[in-house]
Design a protein around this ligand. Sequence first.
Ligand code: OAD
Length: 229
Amino acid sequence: MKKLVVLTGAGMSAESGISTFRDSGGLWEKYRIEDVATPEGWHINPDLVLDFYNQRRKQLLDAKPNAGHYALAELEKSFDIQIITQNVDNLHERAGSSKVLHLHGELMKVRSTGAGHEVFDVDINYPDVNLGDNCPKGFQLRPHIVWFGEAVPEIERAEVLVENADIFVVIGTSLQVYPAAGLMHNVKTDVPIYLIDPHVMPNLPKQVTIIQKGASEGMKELILKLSEI
Ligand code: OAD
């Protein structure tokens, strides 16, 4: 089976009702990145940060995978699919995709602020995390999210996966955040790249086929195109 590696961003989950970050009306118009998605923000006002992610978690529990997520899971019948996602939701997994690498962490996990940085699943019956919620060793729990200014521990694994792709697909990301955006440069020059996004960005490499559609409709077109190669 051919290795198809997919890089997804917030646009993948937009049709599930989860806000993107940089579109008009996106999350970064309503919140300052510095306040809710940096170690400094956490240090200054952890309550605000916990509240921001509690809201994101509530939104996720009400959301369902969309046709685009399901189409990617279904495509595992024909391709060896590895998803690399910048999304912190779990909609790929809930749609049935089996190999999902989360570059920016996971909303339904928390981790200890103690030296061990142990990671725990959030109880879906009590999804809020508040000040005073501690790990068993007594350290405050924080969202298991890679904030701006923090290392991206999974990036090296992602680079190797992209270097070994036979086909590379990008869905719903503005490609503005590094190192994730740099993964485009790890694709071998003879490997076809398909990009699904309603807004096309300039200066894309020649090997990119643009599918200027939302994730669900775009996945239908991708499946047609893949059947031709
Ligand atoms: P952005 O909000 O930057 O970009 C969303 C992309 O999705 C844009 O290119 C939109 O055109 C596209 N889009 C919108 N609706 C779509 C749809 N229905 N179908 C397909 N695409 C659609 O989100 P990301 O690129 O994912 O990190 O942002 C990268 C990172 O920046 C995030 O992981 C997050 C953020 O700050 C952290 O919070 C650490």
